[in-house]
Design a protein. Structure first.
Length: 214
């Protein structure tokens, strides 16, 4: 593990981390540092109340290839009911605000004001995008992440009605497949994401995909 030289924005390979994916500490959340980080599969994840920024890069990456997204029977029914509308990158600020507010009081919450501001700046620069799920005029689900080189690094999602975050993820995968894009980076394994088609690939394979782009 190393301390970031902010002026250089350099990150070590994950094999030099602490075994849990932590590869560096310090630095800042400027767009330059974040773009450098994500281009190497690195992302910040820390308790915003603690102050020190921690940077992670798991060697085994949990990902979803868009063509492999699994659509459950219940999710298919939600689509078929026609009561929800999907949009892309039209309400980023509302999506990240919901993601933050719904978990802000949890122990270890990481999506605090500093992170919200940083990713909103990335969005304004074209690096961060969102998917929205609407019921009428109400935003009831969505997700956001960092998008570059045909890769969508998912950061957080939310549901205000059952299953709406799944609608957002499936819609993202379908759009990425149609656009010829490569990969949804889920970062860490969860049973929920595995049930939707997630699987593990090694870091070196992940980086080949990042560098190849679309």
């Amino acid at each position: 593990m190393s301390r970031i030289a902010v002026e250089e924005g350099l990150f070590p390979r994950p094999t030099k981390g602490n075994g849990y994916g932590l590869v560096a500490v310090g630095g800042d959340l400027s767009p330059e540092i974040l773009v450098e980080a994500y281009s190497h599969g690195v992302f910040p994840w820390f308790d915003f109340r603690e102050g020190t920024i921690l940077w992670y890069c798991p060697y085994d990456r949990f990902v979803i290839f868009p063509a492999e997204i699994h659509v459950s029977h219940s999710t298919r029914n939600l689509f078929n009911k026609g009561i929800y509308r999907i949009s892309f990158n039209t309400a980023f600020r509302e999506v990240i605000r919901h993601c933050s507010e719904l978990r802000i009081d949890e122990e270890g919450a990481w999506l605090g004001p500093q992170m919200v501001e940083a990713y909103t700046r990335l969005h304004d620069l074209g690096w961060a995008r969102s998917v929205e799920v609407w019921k009428g005029e109400d935003l009831v689900g969505g997700l956001y992440g960092v998008h570059m080189n045909g890769i969508f690094a998912g950061e957080s999602m939310f549901s205000l009605e059952p299953g709406t975050s799944k609608l957002a993820l499936v819609s993202l995968a379908r759009k990425m497949e149609a656009d010829g894009e490569k990969l949804i980076d889920c970062q860490f394994h969860t049973d929920h994401l595995e049930s939707m088609g997630g699987r593990t690939i090694p870091y070196d394979e992940y980086m080949r995909i990042v560098q190849d782009g679309r």
